[in-house]
Design a protein around this ligand. Structure first.
Ligand code: ATR
Length: 277
């Protein structure tokens, strides 16, 4: 008789050494007393499909996918959820017992859950959301905001054509502003989101005039290193509510962990501490 296998999961990207996902998932595994492991794997694009087909045979129940494979993995998966198709990228794979690879995207869920559980009484219906950036992260954020019930998206990106393309995709609810006029979005915004890499360690800060913002506006950043970006610092000084990006990373990890290991983990201060260790 064969022994029950220890379930394995992990994260595939390249590079992967700095991923915080192993810290988060291994913290939850220990906390819940689950005999499992979560492993970072550096895989080149050319090897991605072969590795994904082999992992279930080695005891893997699923993996997270990160940069640069989030788009490519959709071509490999056997089943793709509607939201992953809409976003054009997946971050969570489930290896089903029948051998099929199921791809989902939990970034939007993580983004909204972070706003909802940060203690700032965020309400989607309160007004338009100003989104800075028009890359892959922006697409997930816009889809999630629309799904959550935000009435209008005000969008600005350094390269205007990328913002125009996103606006066309999402329809009339997205209004594009020139990058040099991004400050004009603030007069109307109840929520402000930075989805660019500006503000991240090693990158210049995001400098956008926030003067027009109302006091109760919620400003959030998907950047989480550093936790307090220049954008959040400025917004806080102006009396806005600020929500850092670490919570999005923690919350997007929840659905995968639950599917793979059968327990829904909590995002609490111990989870934050584990991710930052
Ligand atoms: P991701 O999938 O993480 O969103 P991406 O597709 O490379 O990554 O998008 C990065 C975003 O950051 C884009 O909106 C990019 O603007 P461009 O479309 O003009 O490239 C934005 N970004 C990166 N560096 C920037 C900079 N120095 N100034 C303004 N925007 C910048």
């Amino acid at each position: 008789m064969s022994e029950a296998r220890i379930p394995l999961a992990g994260v595939i990207g390249s590079p992967i050494a700095h991923s915080r996902s192993p810290k988060i998932h291994n913290h939850w595994l220990r906390k819940h007393g689950i005999a499992g492991h979560y492993i970072p794997m550096d895989v080149a694009a050319d090897d991605l499909e072969a590795v994904l087909r082999m992992l279930p045979k080695a005891g893997f129940v699923g993996v997270n996918i990160t940069i640069p494979h989030k788009e490519k993995v959709l071509e490999i998966a056997d089943l793709v959820t509607d939201r992953a198709t809409l976003i054009g990228a997946a971050n969570t794979l489930i290896f089903r017992k029948d051998g099929k690879i199921h791809a989902d995207n939990t970034d939007g869920y993580g983004f909204i859950k972070n706003l909802q559980s940060a203690g700032v009484e965020w309400d989607a219906a309160r007004g338009p959301a100003a989104v800075l950036g028009a890359g892959g992260a922006s697409r997930a954020v816009i889809a999630a905001l629309i799904d959550a019930g935000v009435p209008e998206i005000l969008l600005s990106n350094r390269t205007r054509v990328r913002a125009d393309a996103l606006a066309q995709e999402f329809g009339k609810r997205v209004v594009v502003f020139d990058w040099v006029q991004a400050g004009n979005m603030m007069d109307h915004a109840a929520t402000v989101v930075n989805t660019t890499s500006l503000g991240m360690i090693g990158h210049p800060p995001l400098r956008v005039p926030l003067d027009g913002l109302q006091k109760g506006a919620v400003v959030t950043d998907i950047v989480y290193a550093p936790l307090r970006t220049k954008l959040l610092e400025t917004a806080e000084e102006m009396g806005c509510h600020v929500v850092d990006g670490l919570g999005m990373l923690l919350h997007q990890a929840v659905p995968g962990f639950e599917r793979w290991f059968g327990t829904r983990p909590e995002v609490d201060s111990a989870t934050r501490a584990a991710a930052l260790r």
